[in-house]
Design a protein around this ligand. Structure first.
Ligand code: FNR
Length: 417
């Protein structure tokens, strides 16, 4: 079993924000909202939300990789019913499903990031608000805190080549009451997304702006400046960020175990295993395939989160068993928001939290740290075990059965099953 100090179950499990598991949700909440969102969204914006880089290989593989994995339940553990709550940096006693940072929520719904933040706060989930949000971080955090004053909001940051710009953004996040920073490190340049190229979608439509980028040094007074991405950024810039703030800093977009080790050495509070939802390097592996090596490298010293392709409680529990302390969801939140606004986001988060608790209980676990890597097997392997012949000792006379004997045993088994 992997030790996970960053995700200990605490007395905060009893916090009202993270309720005990109730009835499992009706199947297909996410699928229903995805369909409803697709019908409501402008097709150009739908492509922006749904699309990925290149041939969308990484995008597709994020979900497919979960389907290649199965969970081996433990029985008679007496551990359940499970409570789905974890401790994360700057976020004690929260749901193990966080809202991953995604851009431009007001294209999905007029209430935009405020609606998402309110739903996350009510669900006891961390809201990671994007630097590229269409609502300023102060207003996003105020919306979350209007529901629950202690609701954790993390600010996602693209380190800017000009440190004075980064510093202003950090001060705004601090002043808003954010409790952690998430530095997205997988974007030395913008990913190339064919759907957006085809649609000519490269900027927000009139009337919308990346509000965090307003009134920054070097930008037009009252106006916004573009988010810069730079391949010149290095760990030295992360060090400079850490020197500038007391907030815990998580590094998002870590796939290589060597980078996870560096993040630990550099004093990061956590890493997010992520290929940016398949929107940056199309040749990247599925996030869940990269997770075990990163978890090994981190060795429970800091928090490990994963995002990419999480669509069900089974996916959440698979990631927990492979060493994540929590997972993030990006597109599912956007589906809920586009389909039904705040209520839709609330439905997504409730469904995932309840399914997670349900699947944990079915796996014999009493909490998110109660599942371990031995419980994840390639789909098909567990079934294959049935086909193994019994050991020679089990066969009368000590002889291994020949193929004919094995066949007739299999036929007998088929008849009785
Ligand atoms: C993103 N993501 C992202 N990440 C980030 O650090 N800053 C950002 O502004 C955005 N914006 C963004 C927009 C949209 C439309 C999507 C779909 C994604 C990536 C996001 O945080 C996360 O890594 C993925 O969305 C996770 O994959 P799923 O859950 O969408 O499969």
């Amino acid at each position: 079993m992997t030790a996970r100090p960053a995700a200990r179950l605490t007395a905060a499990d009893a916090a009202p924000a993270v309720a005990a598991p109730s009835q499992p949700p009706p199947p297909g909440v996410l699928a229903e909202l995805r369909e409803k969102a697709a019908a409501r969204l402008d097709p150009v914006h739908r492509d922006f939300y749904e699309g990925g880089a290149g041939r969308e290989t990484a995008l597709a593989d994020n979900e497919a990789a979960f389907r290649r994995l199965a969970l081996l339940p433990r029985v008679l553990t007496g551990a359940g019913p499970a409570l789905a709550a974890v401790d994360l940096p700057g976020a004690p006693g929260v749901a193990p499903v966080v809202v991953a940072p995604t851009a431009f929520h007001r294209l999905a719904h007029p209430d935009g990031e405020r609606a998402t933040a309110r739903a996350a706060a009510a669900a006891g989930a961390v809201m990671v608000t994007s630097m590229a949000s269409t609502t300023a971080v102060a207003e996003v955090a105020a919306a979350a805190h209007s529901v629950r004053p202690e609701a954790p909001v993390w600010f996602q940051l693209y380190l800017q080549p000009e440190r004075r710009v980064t510093e202003v953004l950090v001060r705004r996040a601090e002043a808003a009451g954010c409790t952690a920073l998430v530095v997205t490190a997988d974007s030395p340049v913008f990913g190339r997304r064919p759907r957006d190229d085809r649609n000519g979608f490269h900027d927000l439509p009139p009337g919308y702006a990346a509000e965090n980028m307003r009134d920054l040094p070097g930008g037009p007074p009252g106006g916004t400046r573009p988010i810069a991405m730079s391949p010149a950024l290095s760990w030295a810039d992360l060090r400079a960020l850490r020197a500038m703030t007391e907030l815990p800093v998580l590094v998002k977009g870590v796939l290589h175990p060597a980078d996870a080790r560096i993040a630990v050495d550099e004093g990061a509070a956590g890493v997010l295993v992520s290929n940016h939802g398949g929107r940056q390097l199309d040749a990247a592996p599925a996030a869940v395939d990269a997770l075990p090596a990163v978890a090994d490298a981190v060795a429970a010293r800091i928090a490990v989160l994963l995002d990419g392709g999480v669509r069900s409680g089974s996916d959440v529990v698979t990631a927990l068993a492979l060493g994540a302390n929590a997972v993030g969801v990006g597109r599912p939140v956007l589906w809920g928001l586009a389909a039904e606004g705040e209520a839709g986001v609330a439905r997504v988060l409730a469904a995932l939290r309840e399914e997670t608790a349900h699947v944990l209980t079915l796996c014999g676990a009493g909490n998110p740290a109660g599942v371990s890597r031995d419980q994840v097997v390639p789909r098909g392997a567990a079934a294959g075990l049935r086909g193994l012949p019994p050991s020679a000792d089990a066969v009368p006379g000590g002889a291994r059965p020949g193929p004919a004997a094995a066949r007739s045993r299999a036929e007998a088994a088929n008849r009785t099953n």
